[in-house]
Design a protein around this ligand. Structure first.
Ligand SMILES: [Zn+2]
Length: 175
């Protein structure tokens, strides 16, 4: 979470006053927005304002809260937006985003490894089956159309797994 202090330290109070209609004059005084101020009654010292007429005082966040009648979070968002501070003020995001991405990356990697292992296993199984079938086909000494089709089908499956071919154009053979 971005702290209010971080936002407060990212702006100059004088700039905040000017941005929201109470610029400091050459004598370092501004019109106070918290009472009907006819003569500039607000001064700034150490990044804190004080109105010598109505007594309002505070820092940049207090000022934004005061003129907008909002809470700290909203005041932070207003300053972040209006001064292009670029903080991510979504609740919890600063911590969750990198953690979440790392977790996600781990899961994607594990899943890829799982798929790769599964594919390797499938290739081994098919290769073994093909070897057995092919031997039976050759040993038969005569053309065995059925075994030949089965070997061809296994070849197509292997090609698909190895990414060599679409392998489907001859599928009609099986029907
Ligand atoms: Zn005042």
């Amino acid at each position: 979470m971005v702290k209010a202090e971080t936002i407060r330290n990212s702006v100059r109070l004088a700039d905040v006053l000017a941005r929201y209609g109470s610029p400091l004059n050459e004598r370092g005084r501004a019109l106070c927005p918290f009472h009907l101020d006819s003569r500039p009654s607000m001064t700034v010292k150490n990044e804190h304002y004080k109105c010598w007429a109505c007594g309002e005082s505070g820092d940049a966040i207090d000022f934004v809260r005061g003129i907008n009648g909002c809470g700290v979070q909203e005041a932070m968002e207003i300053l972040n937006r209006d001064f292009s501070l670029g903080y991510n003020l979504q609740r919890g995001d600063t911590r969750r985003t990198p953690y979440f991405n790392a977790e996600r990356e781990k899961k994607v990697k594990a899943y890829k490894e799982y798929l790769e292992a599964k594919k390797q296993q499938e290739i081994e199984d098919i290769t073994r089956l093909r070897r057995i079938l092919y031997r039976a086909y050759v040993r038969g000494g005569c053309i065995d159309k059925e075994k030949e089709m089965m070997v061809n089908e296994l070849d197509r499956k292997l090609d698909r797994l190895l990414g060599l071919e679409g392998g489907d154009e001859d599928a009609g053979d099986l029907h």
